[in-house]
Ligand binder design. Structure first.
Ligand code: SAH
Length: 357
C-alpha cells in the first residue's frame, strides 16, 4: 500500500493494491504486461467476487501473468483484530490497517436484511457533539481498498445462510470528506466487474457537505441520508458545527434541488437528545422544514458517550415526536439502538480499545 495515496486529494490509483483499481486501469496494466484484455475481468472477478487474497489462487491465469502480478501488486486483505457480538445479533468488527490504525464496521441483522455499516475515514473532522468518532479528530482518509475490505471482513463473520444485503456509510468518518476515494469505492461495489451490488442497496450518510452531496447524486445512483439533528441554526451550529458553513436553509435548498430518482426519497437522520432537540415544537419545525422535500425521517436513539452530559430521549418522547411527524405526512421510523452491549455506536469500540477505562 502506498502511503502517499492516503494524503493526496486525487483519486489516482495507489498503484500496488489491486483492490484500489478499476476495470480500465487493470485493462491498461494487463495490456502493458502483453496479455489479452479479457484477463482484467478475470483477475477482478477473483478479487471481488471469489474473494481471492493471493494471486496463486488465480489458477486459470497463465503462470507468467500470475508471477508478474505477484511481483508488482498486492491484494488488500482484512485483518480483523477484534469482533464483539451483541446479544441482539449485531457484530462489531475492529479492522486493523497496515499503519496500525483501526476502523470499525458493524453487521446489523434485521428480519429482512443484513446491513453492513461501513467506515470511510479513521476518525472524523466534523466535530459533532454527540459522536464518539468526533472526539478522535481526523487521523486520515481511508483508501478505496481499506473501505472495500470491510466487506470481505464482514462476510467472514456471517452465519451460514446469512448474506449482506445492504451497505450504509454510517460508520466512522464523513464519507463526503473523502469524496474521490468514496466514488471509486462505490464504482467497484456496483460494477458488474466488481462486486455487482445494486446501488439501491447502498446509502451514503453525510452531515451535510452541500457541494459534495450535489456531486455524489450527479455521479452515482446511490441513496443519500442527511444527518440533520436540529431544526434551528442555533442548535445545529452546536450539535453539528459544519452547519456554520452550510446552514439549514442552504442544506435544505440543496436537498430540494438534488436529482433524486423517482420513487426514492432522502432520509434525514435525527438523533433524539433529551431536552435538547426532542420537544414537540422541534417536531413541528421539522415537519415544516422537510415538507417541500421528498423526505423520510429516521429517529435514532442516542447511544450514550462516556463523560458526556447528553442524555437520550425517553421512548415516550421519541414516539410523541414520531406521531407529530406522521401527522404532518412525513414518514418517520424509529431506529432501535442496536449493539448497546458492544459499544456499537460510531467510534465507541475504537475508543474503548484505545482508552480502556
Ligand atoms: N458523518 C456521516 C456518517 C457517519 S455518522 C454523518 O454524519 O451522517 C452516522 C450516523 O450515526 C449519523 O446520523 C450520526 O448522527 C449517528 N451517530 C453518531 N453518534 C451517535 C450516537 N452516539 N448515538 C446515536 N447516533 C449517533
Amino acid at each position: 500500500m502506498n502511503a502517499n495515496s492516503q494524503t493526496s486529494a486525487e483519486p489516482a490509483p495507489t498503484g500496488a493494491d489491486f483492490r484500489d483499481l478499476t476495470l480500465d486501469e487493470v485493462e491498461q496494466m494487463v495490456a502493458g504486461a502483453g496479455e489479452r484484455s479479457y484477463r482484467a475481468r478475470q483477475i477482478l472477478h477473483w478479487v471481488h467476487a471469489r474473494g481471492a487474497e493471493s494471486f496463486d489462487e488465480m489458477r486459470d491465469l497463465p503462470a507468467a501473468l500470475r508471477n508478474y502480478l505477484k511481483q508488482n501488486f498486492t491484494i488488500g486483505h482484512p485483518v480483523s483484530s477484534f469482533v464483539s457480538r451483541s446479544s441482539d445479533g449485531a457484530r462489531k468488527l475492529l479492522i486493523r490497517l497496515d499503519d496500525g490504525e483501526a476502523i470499525e464496521s458493524v453487521i446489523i441483522p434485521t428480519e429482512k436484511r443484513v446491513t453492513l455499516c461501513m467506515s470511510s475515514q479513521v476518525g472524523c473532522a466534523m466535530a459533532c457533539e454527540f459522536c464518539a468518532t468526533a472526539h478522535m479528530g481526523l487521523h486520515r482518509n481511508l483508501t478505496t481498498s481499506e473501505m472495500l475490505v470491510q466487506i470481505p471482513a464482514a462476510r467472514r463473520e456471517l452465519a451460514g445462510g446469512e448474506e449482506l444485503t445492504n451497505f450504509v456509510f454510517m460508520g466512522m468518518g464523513e464519507p463526503l470528506a473523502n469524496y474521490p476515494r468514496l466514488v471509486r469505492t462505490l464504482t467497484i461495489m456496483t460494477s458488474d466487474w466488481g462486486m455487482g451490488i445494486s446501488p439501491r442497496r447502498i446509502t451514503v450518510s453525510t452531515v451535510g457537505l452541500v457541494p459534495m452531496m450535489e456531486r455524489l447524486l450527479g455521479e452515482t445512483p446511490v441513496n443519500l441520508a442527511v444527518s440533520i439533528h436540529a431544526t434551528t441554526n442555533e442548535l445545529r451550529d452546536r450539535l453539528a458545527p459544519i452547519n456554520q458553513r452550510y446552514p439549514l436553509e442552504v442544506l435544505l435548498d440543496a436537498c430540494r434541488k438534488l436529482p433524486i430518482k423517482r420513487r426514492s426519497r432522502i432520509t434525514f437522520e435525527y438523533v433524539m437528545l433529551a431536552g435538547v432537540n426532542d420537544s414537540l415544537a422541534d417536531a413541528r419545525r421539522l415537519v415544516k422544514l422537510l415538507a417541500p422535500l421528498r423526505a423520510k425521517v429516521n429517529l435514532i436513539f442516542y447511544n450514550p458517550l462516556a463523560g458526556s452530559p447528553l442524555r437520550g430521549s425517553s421512548r415516550a418522547a421519541v414516539e410523541a415526536f414520531q406521531a407529530i411527524l406522521n401527522n404532518g405526512n412525513l414518514t418517520a421510523t424509529i431506529r432501535e439502538s442496536r449493539g448497546l452491549d458492544i459499544a456499537a455506536a460510531c467510534g465507541q469500540l475504537y475508543a474503548e480499545q484505545h482508552n480502556p477505562a
